[in-house]
Design a protein around this ligand. Structure first.
Ligand code: NAP
Length: 364
């Protein structure tokens, strides 16, 4: 097996774990014997442990001595209940280790590489580092900046509207694009929505792809006055998928208690200068809890606040051929832009046709 193919396979394995390994990153590991035959592979298990290297070494169908290991993130250097991954690789007898990205977690940060090199292993870093960084963007951002990565998922009309003038928005895109959106949910640790969207759409915000129901991320609703109806789908489902409501300290205490009794976590967060809840504060709180990535599903005001505060890393923009017209709700509500020079800007990453709709991915 060629080394590029081996690392691509490791990335592909890791991709399966995205959204189910937090607080850990999802890592892939492939092991070749000294004749470059594939003899083992693994990824980080759901929940974050065991790590990819241990899973790959446990799957061995040949002798790794003199062989090569490919890992998408630097092997850990810290011992827990099990030896560190760097030590496991040393013990396995591999001669070379290829690493896509260094681990910024200070328990490892360079120490994993040093351990390998000290044991006489040849270490090569940087193979497919862009792909690996993109894959674990959430983990890297949380460790480096104390914030989860934030992606907006927007389903819009051809003319950039997300709902009719009366709030009706089902369905803008076709079935395949909507299923694609559900697959996206399975790849995130947390899903967030504004209170107006919850009231208008009574969304369930879960992953409804057969076999992936358990990959539904925890939910956050931004609701400063605790206006959420107690009969909402997100509350009815709270025993299966946790729900956090971000609210202000001035919201109704009785309703707060009722929600807590029903199993909802209610987090009081401060307001910003616009008398809105401080989303940056909320995101930091998610990061402290170990959540790496957040998918935002509306509505227009929430999208606008996050963009204004420069908290958005990626936009999944699903666009249909339907036209709503000027009285519809804009994808992003106003942010008082007076000069295009000051417009928030994203770069196109990809564009694909999905059964008559288009999915554009835009990155910061
Ligand atoms: N097509 C799509 O992709 C899509 C997706 C989702 C929703 N939608 C549509 O979007 C519409 C709702 O959007 P919307 O813009 O009216 O409301 P929204 O974004 O769902 O909710 C906005 C509300 O959240 C609360 N909030 C608290 N802090 C905030 C902050 N920092 N920034 C922004 N909001 C904050 C405010 O209410 P309080 O002051 O009461 O807290 C605010 O009015 C619905 O018609 C829905 O169908 C479409």
């Amino acid at each position: 097996m060629r080394l590029e193919v081996a690392m691509r396979s490791a990335l592909s394995l890791a991709n399966h774990g995205i959204g189910s390994c937090y607080p850990n990153p999802s890592v892939g590991c492939v092991i070749l014997d000294k004749s470059n035959n594939l003899i083992g592979c693994g990824r980080t298990s759901d929940g974050g442990r065991p790590h990819a290297e241990l899973n790959a070494l446990s799957s061995l169908q040949g002798n790794p001595r003199g062989g090569t290991a490919f890992v998408t993130l630097e092997p850990c250097a810290h011992k827990d209940t099990t030896p560190s991954c760097a030590e496991l690789l040393i013990k396995s007898g591999v001669k070379r280790v290829y690493i896509s990205v260094k681990d910024p977690d200070k328990r490892t940060a360079g120490k994993g590489i040093k351990l390998l090199e000290k044991a006489g292993i040849e270490v090569y870093t940087g193979l497919f580092s862009d792909e690996a960084s993109d894959q674990n963007a959430g983990f890297l951002k949380r460790i480096n900046h104390g914030l989860p990565s934030v992606s907006l998922k927007i389903a819009s009309s051809l003319d950039g509207k997300i709902a009719c003038f009366n709030g009706q928005s089902k369905w803008l895109t076709g079935k395949i694009a909507r299923t694609h959106g559900h697959l996206l949910r399975a790849k995130y640790d947390v899903i967030l929505s504004g209170i107006n969207s919850i009231i208008k759409d009574n969304s369930r915000l879960n992953c409804r792809v057969k076999g992936l129901e358990k990959r539904s991320p925890i939910k956050v609703v931004v609701d400063s006055k605790l206006s959420i109806p107690l009969s909402s789908n997100v509350i009815n489902n709270v025993k299966k998928v946790p729900l956090i409501i971000w609210t202000s300290k001035f919201s109704n205490k009785k309703k707060k208690k009722k929600l807590i009794d029903m199993g909802v976590e209610v987090l009081e967060i401060p307001k910003n200068n616009n008398n809105y809840l401080d989303l940056n504060y909320g995101l930091k709180n998610l990061s402290k809890k170990g959540y790496n990535s957040l998918l935002v599903e509306g509505g227009s005001e929430i999208y606008s606040s996050l963009i204004k505060e420069e908290l958005v890393d990626k936009i999944y923009y699903y666009r249909s051929g339907k036209i709503i017209g000027g009285d519809g709700l804009s994808s992003i509500s106003s942010y008082n832009l007076k000069n295009l020079k000051n417009a928030k800007k994203f770069k196109i990453f990809s564009s694909d046709i999905i059964d008559g709709d288009i999915l554009e991915i835009w990155k910061k």
